[in-house]
Design a protein around this ligand. Structure first.
Ligand code: ARG
Length: 277
């Protein structure tokens, strides 16, 4: 009888122990659902990485018809795909106005922004930035038939200059050029159209981008030798402010892509894709 009783007690104890463990387990699961969706853990949990970009900036990000389908392609897109792949999740791309990207990040609507973005000090107050993944400068795009002989920054004084809203170029045009008539537009193809139709005198954009537009528009060219310092060495991935774990992980992934020589390869491929009609 005694033996039977103690056996019963052991069973009761074991069962309550199991129940307790189960309870704990449920708690742990609750804790797991807590991480915000934009953190490293949250991204893995939802199984996708939401990347914001402004797909008007060849060869970094642009629209291209591929087999009759409108696709967003480019160097930054390859970076996004690589990061998602390394994290073991899908990549979802949200194409937005450039000046809305950091807001989307703060609101938790985007996990990362890859949009040829310079990590300037002002933006760094609003977002985390990865290491620079591409060194870039800015250039001036003009019409080939331009008669004003632009060779230096001073020659831009008093000119009407096309720039994209919310960009480093807008800031350069507003602060570094005297009496500039700054025309801020939503997209770079808009700027190019305004330049081609004589509505503006010139445009400022990343050198790589100015070259891409000059290549696909016979009537446009770069002002050779005029290189504008953007104030930061290059461009970086933006991550929600304070999301340090993801930032570190992205730095590791970018370093890996660099070490594998993928960055150069992606730039070449994106340029080729942009050149193809
Ligand atoms: N590098 C410039 C900036 O950070 C311009 C980037 C524009 N990017 C784009 N995808 N349209 O402000």
């Amino acid at each position: 009888m005694k033996k039977k009783l103690s056996l019963l007690m052991i069973i009761v104890m074991l069962t309550s122990l199991l129940v307790a463990c189960g309870g704990n387990h449920a708690n742990v699961e609750n804790d797991n659902s807590k991480p915000e969706s934009y953190t490293l853990e949250g991204i893995k949990k939802k199984g996708k990485l939401i990347m914001g970009t402004s797909a008007d900036y060849p060869p970094f990000e642009f629209h291209k018809m591929i087999n009759g389908e409108d696709e967003i392609v480019g160097f930054d897109i390859e970076i996004g795909k690589y990061i998602a792949n390394e994290l073991g999740v899908e990549l979802e791309i949200k194409d937005m106005d450039f000046d809305k990207l950091l807001g989307g990040l703060s609101a938790g609507m985007l996990d990362i922004v890859i949009a040829a973005m310079n990590p300037d000090p002002e933006r760094a107050k609003e977002a985390n930035f990865s290491d620079i993944y591409y060194e870039s400068t800015h250039s001036v795009l003009i019409r080939k038939d331009d008669k004003s002989n632009i060779v230096s920054m001073e020659d831009l004084n008093g000119k009407s200059i096309g720039v994209q809203i919310g960009t480093t170029q807008e800031k350069i045009a507003e602060t570094e050029i005297k009496d500039a008539n700054v025309i801020s537009l939503n997209t770079n193809p808009d700027i190019v159209m305004n330049l081609k139709t004589n509505k503006i005198d010139c445009a400022i954009m990343e050198t790589t981008v100015a070259k891409a537009f000059a290549k696909s528009n016979d009537d446009l060219m770069l002002v050779e030798g005029l290189v504008i310092d953007s104030g930061s060495e290059g461009i970086a991935v933006a991550i929600k402010k304070g999301n340090d774990e993801l930032t570190e992980k992205i730095n590791e992934i970018l370093a890996k892509a660099k070490a594998e020589g993928l960055m150069e390869q992606w730039v070449i491929e994106a340029n080729e894709l942009n050149d193809l009609e």
